[in-house]
Structure formats: C-alpha cells, structure tokens
Design a protein around this ligand. Structure first.
Ligand SMILES: CC(C)(COP(=O)(O)OP(=O)(O)OC[C@H]1O[C@@H](n2cnc3c(N)ncnc32)[C@H](O)[C@@H]1OP(=O)(O)O)[C@@H](O)C(=O)NCCC(=O)NCCS
Length: 152
C-alpha cells in the first residue's frame, strides 16, 4: 500500500498536473484533448467530481467522474506510473463508488482503450463487466470497451 496519501477534490491549481498525466498515461498516441482548460471546466462543473490523490503534496493520481440522474460516468482515471500497483487506483475508485452510492447512483459506466489490458483487469477486479464495444471510439485508431458496474 502507498502510505500517507490523501484523496481530496481537485483545486484549479491541479488542472495542469491532471492534464499532463492524462496526456502521458491515458491519451498516448492520440490528440491531447484533456487540456488544462478542459480539466478546469470539469473542476468547476457542478455535475462532475475531479478527485486527486497526493503524497507529500505531489499529485500522484486522479479521477474524473460525471453524474447523471441514475448513472455516473468515469471520464478519466490515472495513477502516476511510478506509484502503480500499490492500491492507489483502488483507493480512488473506492472514493468514487462511495460518493456515487451516497448520491443514489445505480450504475457506473466507463470506456477503456481496447488495447489497455491493465485497465481492463483493474476494473474487472473491482466488479465491472464488459458491456459492449464502440468501434473506432478513439479517433478511429482504437476501439473502446464499455464497462459497467451496477451499484444497486
Ligand atoms: C489502471 C490503473 C489506474 C490502476 O492503478 P493502480 O494504482 O496500479 O491499481 P491498484 O494498485 O489499486 O491495483 C488493483 C488491482 O488491479 C489489477 N491490476 C493493476 N495493475 C495491473 C497490472 N499491471 N497487471 C495486471 N493486473 C493489474 C490487480 O488485480 C491489482 O490488484 P493486485 O495488485 O493486488 O494484484 C493504472 O494502471 C493506470 O493509471 N494506468 C494508466 C491509465 C489508465 O489505464 N487509466 C484507466 C483507463 S482511463
């Protein structure tokens, strides 16, 4: 386990670190769409939670989840490469799930790049099931696997 980390809602000052981690860990090989400005918009969006994990003040992971009436959608999720496999992703996902349950959310949805077996294993291990494929979802260069977890 990573010790002495804290998980909190993001502040506007976190937007650049989040966007750069997204570019490197999630959007590799694609256009950089989650720019600092877009992350800033999510931080100020009342129907979205942007959550960060910090260790000694350094941002080491984040998650972005948007809430609908019954469903919530994980838009973006990453842990710094040198901090992986130590339970941090699980801690961030637990935070999202607990918050979704409190908000009365029935189902959490997300997309995973079809060539990202690590993320698939991670989400499967946390009770997500495969719910379909969106061909060419990522700029027509890669399919998306849709994954869902029922909370009810
Ligand atoms: C997916 C990701 C968030 C997981 O974060 P993490 O902090 O390493 O996850 P955890 O340490 O909590 O792992 C929990 C479980 O997931 C599975 N898992 C995680 N990494 C794995 C790997 N490289 N290979 C196989 N299973 C893996 C394991 O079952 C693991 O439990 P274990 O370590 O006891 O075996 C991280 O790998 C990451 O940021 N990847 C790049 C970005 C990304 O793919 N984001 C998700 C799609 S948007």
């Amino acid at each position: 386990m990573i010790t002495e980390h804290e998980i909190t809602l993001a502040q506007p000052a976190d937007a650049l670190d989040i966007s750069e981690l997204s570019r490197d860990a999630v959007e590799y090989g694609l256009s950089w769409r989650w720019t600092q400005r877009r992350v800033m918009r999510s931080i100020s969006d009342l129907s979205t939670n942007v959550v960060v994990a910090r260790q000694q003040g350094m941002l080491i992971g984040f998650a972005i989840m948007k809430y609908g009436d019954d469903d919530a959608h994980v838009l973006l999720f990453a842990v710094r490469s040198d901090k992986r496999r130590a339970g941090l992703g699980s801690a961030l996902l637990a935070w999202l799930e607990a918050t979704a349950r409190v908000a009365g959310i029935q189902r959490i949805q997300l997309e995973v790049r079809a060539r990202n077996p690590v993320a698939m294993a991670f989400y499967r291990g946390h009770g997500f099931r495969e719910a379909g494929v969106s061909p060419g979802y990522y700029e027509n260069v890669e399919d998306a696997l849709q994954m869902v977890k029922d909370l009810a």
